[in-house]
Design a protein around this ligand. Structure first.
Ligand code: PMP
Length: 448
């Protein structure tokens, strides 16, 4: 055996080598097809191998791929910033480009803190987040994340930012039921603000629909309106982490549009380039930028590759594709079809506790007992077993948290937004086989 050099996610696991991708399918070097029911990590929103994106990439590469942002701007970067502002709720956003979702949320945090510094309010430098949240793997982004497994190893190095209750109705952390709870989980934010003091808090960050840390958790009606109202009252900025939900994934261009709320800052990634190139963005409302424009006139953030013309041209082409093919509408209608199919499937499978989500960001949560919602012990690795079983059948699904910090075992089902009805049927059939096989194994194991 030749020694390996590439660090892969699990070092003693062998991975097939991908050969090419087309539409919702990926093919390995043996020619085996995989239905990409998770768009990778909820990224390949427009599917694989789209020729017009490849053409846009080649065209820009033929002009110039890289310039340094303190020396040149470029037409694709300027156009992309304007396009995102035109698309975003309420408009009037500035855009700063980075290379990953983690950088986008961390940059949003830094701009929020700088906003208050420019106003002379130097004490406002904490960010509140929620339990069961994920905002990225870099230290600042991880400090704002309530994802126990990803934080654990680095806890001494992280900022000890406060976290509040997530709007997780299936297992309400406050043991209440919507709507009679009157959105008590949103009140938890106000309690935290009063305890800490608004003079110390720069921003609150949340995913419109929780992704990796819980699995397509949709908040109850009115939740974000109430959150925004609390934040406004205490002069705290609202950062919407749209890295997973942005760019049509949930049936609207941005997840926050379901609630009619305009965030002060937004983080985008994943679907922004649909995986064709590393690209992410921090969008900043005019009112947040205003004191910076009047003050230092520069933000203290950025990377060598920020706003490179190559990635900007690719993302512009992706956004054009999303709009022309009306993929937000497609996510809505195909998402409704997939949700119905998954719920029908769930009826006959006892280990499925909940099927939820919006648009084509859906999730299935597994339980040992449907009546009392008892979780499987984390050590049993139910999520991983189901994902592995599906993988062998040629179906890719994505893990949500996996029985930590109050979250149950769950998988995310989020195929490219271009998926057809026939492909949805194939997806559900393969997934049902995988889940049933694991359920049968569990029955046999518990029998002895
Ligand atoms: N925020 C959210 C909501 C995400 O889902 C992710 C990625 N799973 C990130 C931030 C981090 O993005 P990246 O992996 O590109 O750094």
């Amino acid at each position: 055996m030749e020694r390996e050099h590439l660090i892969k996610p699990v070092l003693d696991h062998s991975y097939p080598t991908v050969q090419y991708g087309k539409g919702v399918f990926l093919y390995d070097e043996q020619g085996k097809a995989y239905l990409d029911a998770s768009s990778g990590a909820v990224t390949a929103g427009i599917g694989h191998g789209v020729q017009e994106i490849i053409d846009a990439m080649m065209e820009q590469a033929g002009k110039v791929s890289f310039v340094y942002r303190s020396q040149f701007t470029s037409e694709p970067a300027e156009k992309l910033a304007k396009k995102l502002s035109d698309m975003a709720p309420g408009g009037d956003y500035w855009a700063f480009f980075v290379n990953s979702g983690s950088e986008a949320t961390e940059t949003a945090m830094k701009i929020a803190i700088q906003h208050w510094q420019e106003k002379g309010r130097f004490g406002k430098n904490m960010v509140i987040s929620r339990r069961m949240s994920y905002h990225g793997i870099t230290m600042g982004a991880l400090s704002m994340s309530g994802h126990v497994l990803r934080r654990r190893r680095f806890i001494p190095l992280l900022e000890d930012y406060p976290v509040v209750a997530p709007p997780y109705c299936y297992r309400c952390p406050l043991q209440m039921t919507a709507p009679s709870c009157k959105l008590a989980c949103a009140d938890d934010l106000e309690t935290a603000i009063k305890r800490i003091g608004a003079e110390h808090i720069a921003a609150f960050i949340a995913e419109p629909i929780v992704g990796a840390a819980g699995g397509a958790i949709v908040p109850p009606e009115g939740y974000y309106k109430k959150i925004k109202e609390i934040l406004y009252r205490y002069e705290i900025l609202f950062i919407a982490d749209e890295v997973m939900t942005g760019i049509a994934r949930t049936g609207t261009m941005f997840g926050m549009q379901h609630d009619g709320v305009e965030p002060d800052l937004m983080a985008l990634g994943k679907g922004l380039s649909a995986g064709y190139t590393p690209m992410a963005a921090t969008l900043v409302k005019d009112n947040v930028m205003a004191p910076i424009l009047q003050g230092s006139k520069s933000i203290m953030a950025g990377h060598t590759y920020s706003a490179n013309p190559q990635s900007a041209a690719v993302s512009l082409a992706v956004l054009g594709y999303v709009e022309r093919h009306q993929l937000a509408e497609a996510a809505q209608s195909m998402g409704a079809y997939l949700l119905t199919k998954l719920r029908e499937m769930a009826e006959g499978i006892e280990i499925i506790g909940d099927v939820r989500g919006k648009g084509l960001l859906l999730a299935i949560e597994f339980v040992r007992n449907r009546d009392d919602k008892a979780m499987f012990p984390p050590g049993e690795g139910i999520t991983v077993r189901i994902i592995d079983k599906a993988f062998h059948k040629g179906l890719l699904v994505y893990p949500a948290s996996g029985a930590v910090d109050g979250a149950g075992d769950a998988i995310i089902v989020a195929p490219p937004l271009v998926i057809t009805e026939a492909e949805v049927d194939q997806l559900v059939q393969l997934l049902e086989e995988a889940i049933r096989e694991v359920a049968d194994e569990l029955t046999r194991e518990s029998a002895g």
